[in-house]
Design a protein around this ligand. Structure first.
Ligand code: GLN
Length: 268
């Protein structure tokens, strides 16, 4: 009887200890001050991106992630009282990393209209309308649109993107010789300029940004292939962060900050 009582007390102590450890781990795992009411503390979130997608996502000389997405999210954070740290990953690793809790959000010019993605993550309201286009060398006279791609051509796009879906579809229907799926848009451009590939399928604003910065090298041809809209992604069910992002996004649109950032990244 005595032994059993002692065991009971011991068990309780062990349970309390385990619960305390579990609570500490939850707080550390958030990487933020969520759940505390101390107004002097600012919540901090980890955002992931793929930084070969200027002007949305690129890097400065020191390797920091910069771009329209980062400025917009920072403005949203300022409005909503949180700060954001950005980390670079390959595009196809973004959703798995978010799903497994390795980040709080994706800020990566990501098409939010994709049902397969919507099944895995929750998207904010969209903040930029976009679409895919065919990009070729400026002196290319044979490809004037997607209909001019032929069964002897190699066409590239970036892994995990809607552009890659398009290129793989062209390959599967036998319209091109090879679907070249690469990690970054910058690598695709190098291969195009080397003559290793014939065309790239990429988002129009990213193609236009390259052409503006390095005129005379590449050109877009034909019609825009689809309609997509970019949104920020959070973990499925993270309503608290999603609300902050949506409220902040509406506020920075209303107070003119969105327009200022648009001018900074798209009209300069
Ligand atoms: N719009 C494309 C997509 O969402 C490309 C995004 C990107 O490369 N950052 O798949």
């Amino acid at each position: 009887m005595k032994l059993m009582e002692w065991n009971g007390i011991k068990l309780m102590k062990v349970l309390v200890f385990i619960m305390a450890i579990a609570m500490m781990m939850v707080l550390v795992g958030c990487g933020s001050n969520e759940g505390t009411d101390d107004s002097s503390d600012t919540d901090s979130y980890l955002a992931i991106t793929e930084p070969t997608f200027a002007p949305f996502d690129t890097t400065d000389e020191d390797g920091n992630c910069i771009g329209f997405d980062m400025d917009l999210m920072d403005a949203i954070g300022e409005d909503q009282g949180f700060t954001v740290e950005y980390k670079a990953l390959e595009f196809d690793a973004l959703i798995p990393a978010l799903e497994t809790g390795q980040a709080d959000m994706i800020t990566a010019g990501m098409n939010a209209m994709d049902p397969a993605r919507q099944a895995k993550v929750d998207f904010s309201q969209t903040y930029y309308d976009s679409g895919l286009v065919v990009l070729v060398n400026d002196d290319n006279e044979t490809i004037n649109g997607i209909e001019d791609l032929t069964a002897d051509m190699k066409v590239a796009s970036q892994i995990g993107t809607t552009g890659a879906d398009e290129v793989l579809e062209l390959y599967e229907e036998g319209s091109i010789e090879e679907a070249v799926i690469l990690n970054g848009f910058n690598t695709a451009v190098l291969q195009l300029q080397n003559g290793d590939i014939d065309a790239i399928i990429i988002d129009l604003p990213v193609a236009n940004d390259f052409i503006k910065k390095q005129p005379g090298k590449l050109k877009t041809v034909g019609e825009v292939l689809n309609a997509e809209s970019y949104g920020f992604a959070v973990q499925k069910g993270d309503e608290e962060l999603l609300d902050k992002i949506n409220t902040g996004l509406n506020n920075v649109i209303d107070n003119g900050t969105y327009d200022e950032l648009y001018t900074k990244w798209f009209e300069n």
